[in-house]
Design a protein around this ligand. Sequence first.
Ligand SMILES: *[C@@H]1O[C@H](CO)[C@@H](O)[C@H](O)[C@H]1NC(C)=O
Ligand SMILES: *[C@@H]1O[C@H](CO)[C@@H](O)[C@H](O)[C@H]1NC(C)=O
Ligand SMILES: *[C@@H]1O[C@H](CO)[C@@H](O)[C@H](O)[C@H]1NC(C)=O
Ligand SMILES: *[C@@H]1O[C@H](CO)[C@@H](O)[C@H](O)[C@H]1NC(C)=O
Ligand SMILES: *[C@@H]1O[C@H](CO)[C@@H](O)[C@H](O)[C@H]1NC(C)=O
Ligand SMILES: *[C@@H]1O[C@H](CO)[C@@H](O)[C@H](O)[C@H]1NC(C)=O
Ligand SMILES: *[C@@H]1O[C@H](CO)[C@@H](O)[C@H](O)[C@H]1NC(C)=O
Length: 423
Amino acid sequence: MQSLGKFGVALTFVLVLFLLASNVESKKKRRRVEIRINRETNHTKILKSLKNQQLVIENKLQLTSTSEDTSSVGIESLINSYNTEFYGDIQIGCQSFKILFDTASANLWVPSSQCKEPVCFQHNQYNSSKCSSYIANGTSFQIQYATRVTEDVILKGFLSTDTLEIAGLTIKDQTFAEIVTLPESVFNRSHFDGILGLGLEQIAIGGVTPPFNNMIAQGLVDQPIISLSLTRNASDPSNGGKLLLGGSDPTLYSGCLTYVPLSVVGYWQITVGSFSLGCNKVICSKFEAIIDAGTSLIVVPSCALKKINKILGIKSSDKRDGVYTINCNKVSSLPDITINIGRKDFTLKPSDYILNYSGTCVSGFTSLAQGTQDINIGSEDNCCSPWVLGDVFLSTFYIQLDYEYKRIAIGSRVTNYSTSSCS
Ligand SMILES: *[C@@H]1O[C@H](CO)[C@@H](O)[C@H](O)[C@H]1NC(C)=O
Ligand SMILES: *[C@@H]1O[C@H](CO)[C@@H](O)[C@H](O)[C@H]1NC(C)=O
Ligand SMILES: *[C@@H]1O[C@H](CO)[C@@H](O)[C@H](O)[C@H]1NC(C)=O
Ligand SMILES: *[C@@H]1O[C@H](CO)[C@@H](O)[C@H](O)[C@H]1NC(C)=O
Ligand SMILES: *[C@@H]1O[C@H](CO)[C@@H](O)[C@H](O)[C@H]1NC(C)=O
Ligand SMILES: *[C@@H]1O[C@H](CO)[C@@H](O)[C@H](O)[C@H]1NC(C)=O
Ligand SMILES: *[C@@H]1O[C@H](CO)[C@@H](O)[C@H](O)[C@H]1NC(C)=O
């Protein structure tokens, strides 16, 4: 298909933003989710037209009011682009930005008007002399992302402080980074201007208090909880999902939530009991995994990918731009995946873990293996080194991130907003 190249590029771009799970160095970060924020209002957000309409899944976002109109839960509607990026709008001072919400980093940055590189001109740029609420800081800032491209993706800039409005909640004195060096290879195509990290403050660069911590400290939210209900449905553009800042919404899940403490505080990192494909084909047990809304797929060590691809019947020649295609006709015969978390089994059906781009089916699994090595190479890995559970995982479940108790909760996501009871 003529459009595959384009689509591949988009996916590759998304993959570029993965957080390198094994890298605990605080300078390495990731991001992945784009969100629009609005609160208790009706909003229709339309992703601006992209060239390749058939291939690009353009999800409009509609904000549905929740039953409680309490003032302290910010509801950010999500725009789902390519089923792989979720983003939304924020305001810094008097200026608007499109922001990717990332649970695997903890800093906010946007391009600066002081950036003179062409790539910055394609984005909204923060100009501090336009907003009276600006407070200078000037400390230099640097953030690095693990990527699939060969060169290092390093962003450089300096800190500034201003008000930050998200989903109708206004944070005073939020320190963020104005970026003056933005790698073109990655950000030329991004639909968002910057990234807002929802990771814990332990991984914040430069000792900057993350936005959500400031929301809590300034009493803007009811509870120190963020809830994610991402939707991945190409034929339902009105529903990109929701990010709830400061609370939960029991109508978005059914049954009970399963609570799991973080195994390491910093990333939203947990120990997964087991991961199996089909009947008792355990790929890995007792391994670490990072919940990353900033990553589109599930990123596994190459050794695990090799086993998964073998069971799914994927060959090395099926690899394109870092992802694996699979014949759509085979999808219905693929096995379910069972992920045991907190001693409870969570199931991913083939329709959950295979992405369908207008007839091109792509596996929801990939690895961050170096270079062009494919599924037959890569014995270097321990299959159980940290996995990254990206949007393929997150859009199947309802996820709650608890900043106070340092735990996550997982439940079955409902899309029809019916009331549910926990029995
Ligand atoms: C929200 O949108 C719906 C459909 O467009 C409309 O019927 C309703 O009146 C709106 N509600 C508010 C509070 O604007
Ligand atoms: C920043 O805004 C000021 C005031 O509007 C304007 O004079 C200046 O040219 C802008 N700077 C850049 C780099 O766009
Ligand atoms: C970035 O976009 C500009 C304008 O569309 C284009 O001229 C340039 O070649 C692009 N750079 C890369 C690395 O794709
Ligand atoms: C700049 O921000 C950092 C992080 O919030 C803070 O530690 C530092 O004191 C600030 N510096 C100035 C000059 O305001
Ligand atoms: C996707 O959305 C369409 C249109 O609203 C709906 O008919 C379909 O059931 C949805 N599919 C899933 C898997 O939710
Ligand atoms: C994939 O999408 C195509 C076109 O949108 C559709 O005809 C096909 O049934 C889908 N296949 C699967 C396995 O979802
Ligand atoms: C809504 O979802 C619930 C829980 O999955 C289900 O029991 C119910 O039948 C659904 N209602 C409709 C109208 O689809």
